[in-house]
Design a protein around this ligand. Sequence first.
Ligand code: NI
Length: 169
Amino acid sequence: MALLPILCYPDLRLHTVAKPVAAVDARIRQLCSDMLQTMYEASGIGLAATQVNVHERLIVIDLSQEHDQPLVLINPELVWTSEGKHLNEEGCLSVPGIYDGVERFDAVHVRALDAQGHSRVIEAEGLLAVCIQHEMDHLLGKVFVEYLSPLKRNRIKTKMLKAQREDAR
Ligand code: NI
């Protein structure tokens, strides 16, 4: 297993649209395992392959405190969304320290392959539904701050660039 570097906003590579995973093979299983370890190490609850600069449709999620309920979604597609939407506070490992409200469907059903390559449909609500929508956005090259006002987004961009300059010293 290996820790992977996480791209930080406003890195332009975060806006790459991911391609479908062609085959769930040993390389993909290794990537899942590395992404889970990277996410746990960073105390995150979700990570998209885009964030580790791999532009294939793969996300990992684990909402458990104990890090023992990993969920791998390969080539995820929304097959149903609820009528209702709610504002939820979100954060992102690619935008460290920033939390803000984004509207998401209350519930979604998503079809995806698991790490064994089996197709299944996950019925999600609450935090899991929010997390799935946030991570699926990453695969489309979208970071949650893009839902915020241009003023807020520019402030965040400036703050991130300043922090990155300071880290580089
Ligand atoms: Ni994120």
